[in-house]
Design a protein around this ligand. Structure first.
Ligand code: GRF
Length: 194
C-alpha cells in the first residue's frame, strides 16, 4: 500500500528565478512520507539562480532557459514537462510571465505564491508599497495561475502584522517564513482535500 502511495505522487515541476527558499521548502515537503507530490523537475529562466543548488543537493533534474524568445523557450519547456510526465507546476519566485497559450496547456495545474494579501499589491515591490501605504497587515497568497497577473483563484492566504518599525527587508523575511509553510498547506488543501 505504501509503495502504491509513493508511486502515485503527483509529478511536479518547480519554476524559479532566484534564491529558491520556497523551492527548498517544497522539496522538504515532497520528501515527507505522506506528501502528495514528488518534485521531478526544476526549471529556471536564470542560469545564475541561487536556488539551482538545491537541484544538485537533492538530486533533482534541472533545466534552464533564458526565455528571451518566449515562444521557442516555452515550446521546449512544454516538451520537458511532457517527457517528465509533469502534472503540476509550482511557480516559486519565477520572474517571467508565462504566455496565455502555455497557461492553457496546463489549465488549472499551475500555482503561484505571491508575497501580499491578494488582490492587494499585485506585481513587484509589494513590501515597499505596503510600508509606504502604512498598511497594518500584509501576508502571502497561494493562488492558481490564469492569464492575468496575480489574479487567479486564491487557494490559501496567511496574514502577518506589519510592525511600526518594519522595513521592506524585515517584512520580506517575516513573510517568507510564512510562505514556506503556506505553499505546502495549499498543496495539501487542493490535493488531499484537507
Ligand atoms: C517570494 O517572496 C515569492 O512570494 C515571490 O518571490 C519570492 C521568492 O523567494 N514570488 P524564494 O526564491 O523562494 O526565496
Amino acid at each position: 500500500m505504501e509503495k502504491l502511495i509513493g508511486l502515485n505522487k503527483i509529478k511536479t515541476a518547480v519554476f524559479i528565478s532566484g534564491t529558491g527558499s520556497n523551492l527548498e521548502s517544497l522539496i522538504k515537503f515532497s520528501l515527507l512520507k505522506n506528501s502528495p507530490i514528488k518534485i521531478n523537475l526544476i526549471i529556471s529562466n536564470n542560469i545564475k539562480a541561487k536556488g539551482l543548488k538545491f537541484a544538485k543537493f537533492y538530486k533533482i533534474k534541472k533545466k534552464t532557459y533564458n526565455l528571451k524568445n518566449k515562444y521557442i523557450s516555452e515550446k521546449l519547456i512544454l516538451k520537458d514537462l511532457n517527457v517528465n510526465e509533469i502534472d503540476l507546476i509550482c511557480l516559486a519566485g519565477f520572474m517571467k510571465i508565462l504566455s496565455k497559450n502555455f497557461i492553457m496547456k496546463f489549465k488549472g495545474k499551475i500555482l503561484n505564491i505571491h508575497p501580499s494579501l491578494l488582490p492587494k499589491y499585485k506585481g513587484l515591490n509589494t513590501h515597499e508599497r505596503v510600508i509606504n501605504n502604512k498598511e497594518k497587515y500584509s501576508g502571502c497568497t497561494v493562488h492558481y495561475v490564469n492569464s492575468k497577473l496575480d489574479a487567479g483563484k486564491i487557494i490559501l492566504q496567511k496574514k502577518v502584522k506589519v510592525s511600526k518599525r518594519e522595513t521592506p527587508k524585515s517584512l520580506k523575511i517575516k513573510i517568507l517564513k510564512q510562505e514556506h509553510k503556506l505553499y505546502p498547506r495549499a498543496l495539501k488543501k487542493i490535493l488531499i482535500n484537507l
